[in-house]
Design a protein around this ligand. Sequence first.
Ligand SMILES: NC(=O)c1ccc[n+]([C@@H]2O[C@H](COP(=O)([O-])OP(=O)(O)OC[C@H]3O[C@@H](n4cnc5c(N)ncnc54)[C@H](O)[C@@H]3O)[C@@H](O)[C@H]2O)c1
Ligand SMILES: NC(=O)c1ccc[n+]([C@@H]2O[C@H](COP(=O)([O-])OP(=O)(O)OC[C@H]3O[C@@H](n4cnc5c(N)ncnc54)[C@H](O)[C@@H]3O)[C@@H](O)[C@H]2O)c1
Lengths: 204, 204
Amino acid sequence: KIPNATIKRLSLYRKQLRRLISEDREVVQSQELADSLGLTSTQIRKDLSYFGKFGCRKKGYDVNLLLANLRKIMGVATDNKLCLFGCGNLGNALLGYKGFEQRGFSIEAIFDTDLNKIGKFFHGKRCYSVNQAKEVIKRKNIKIAIIAVPDETVDEILEIIILSGIKSILNFTQRHLQLPGGIMARSVDFTDKLELLSYFSHTK
Amino acid sequence: KIPNATIKRLSLYRKQLRRLISEDREVVQSQELADSLGLTSTQIRKDLSYFGKFGCRKKGYDVNLLLANLRKIMGVATDNKLCLFGCGNLGNALLGYKGFEQRGFSIEAIFDTDLNKIGKFFHGKRCYSVNQAKEVIKRKNIKIAIIAVPDETVDEILEIIILSGIKSILNFTQRHLQLPGGIMARSVDFTDKLELLSYFSHTK
Ligand SMILES: NC(=O)c1ccc[n+]([C@@H]2O[C@H](COP(=O)([O-])OP(=O)(O)OC[C@H]3O[C@@H](n4cnc5c(N)ncnc54)[C@H](O)[C@@H]3O)[C@@H](O)[C@H]2O)c1
Ligand SMILES: NC(=O)c1ccc[n+]([C@@H]2O[C@H](COP(=O)([O-])OP(=O)(O)OC[C@H]3O[C@@H](n4cnc5c(N)ncnc54)[C@H](O)[C@@H]3O)[C@@H](O)[C@H]2O)c1
């Protein structure tokens, strides 16, 4: 079994490799990759060794080849179907985000409780009632749920998501999710970054 | 001078204290705070010692008092004026985000290059031309810039932000910002979280 910490780092390697490609780089030494991420080259080689042989050590790794391999390993190569709970300000921005398609993710269904939105289409995707979530998630084989509902409605949504068999959740609310075992959630929160920036701008 | 790493942890303490308040907690031991954040109680006490005495060790810290003190220390108590570059999908979502006001942040001006948007109002805030940024930022005493423009336009925006005297940047694009000294940027990126969730949902 591959440790979660290794998988997390694979995502960092992918981000760094994408940056190198945007700078027209073709080869990178494990030491340079390590320095740019504040890691050791031993750690990088150890992480990659879980998955077989990559690139030759002397000249370094082939950037495009390594990126493609990491993509396959992480399973992001396949088509990832998402659903979105909450068709408000943030939900609509996420529906319009071109970054999802680029990385093999697509929002297949929206769920909301607002009667003015149910049955309508937003960015070409249909908005269903929250009561239809279980059936729609199963029919469309959706694997990941995005939560963009008000904080106070998170508990009722969480129950529906868990009952529908979804194991992965991307949470945009400020609520800390209490989850049973076997379900993974990641929260997106930029207010702590803003507070750090605020401190920095006041002391400069 | 207080290390940046300490300031970053203050933000984590604040987030954890807010969570405790939502669970109606009034007191917390430094050990419990440390456990919930994967730190040591020595680290927490050392961080807080930069700023004077807080709470008494035996009974633990007063949660509300500590949160209020940390708010003052981090300078988030004062009114933080932000500006937003890019009035698109994401920009509009950020304009509608109630979390800013709650933490003492407000978006004071929007800058865009789209002639259909310049001069109009979005969520009650005026959209200016990018060419007016320097003058508007100075006049309104804006301290922090949010970047929500397409990746390929980041370089020209960055130059304008730096010339306008802003020292703190919240970056929502996928571009890595090359900055001169004395300017701090923090990037928000949830695609690495999605990739981790994708891996998890495929292996379950
Ligand atoms: N707007 C942003 O930029 C932003 C940024 C970060 C985090 N957030 C967080 O994202 C969440 C949504 O923010 P927003 O600005 O889009 O709010 P919003 O009020 O614009 O949208 C909320 C949507 O959720 C729907 N909803 C309410 N209860 C529901 C339920 N039980 N099931 C399904 N849908 C339900 C509403 O009908 C509405 O369409 C909030 O928790 C907020 O803190 C927003
Ligand atoms: N939509 C999302 O949910 C989301 C999520 C994460 C990150 N992002 C990132 O945020 C950025 C914006 O995404 P979006 O979906 O809002 O795109 P968008 O195309 O809807 O909006 C972009 C806006 O920027 C304006 N613009 C273009 N060039 C400009 C310039 N030189 N100066 C000022 N304004 C300029 C456009 O006129 C438009 O109003 C992108 O970099 C995207 O990768 C978006």
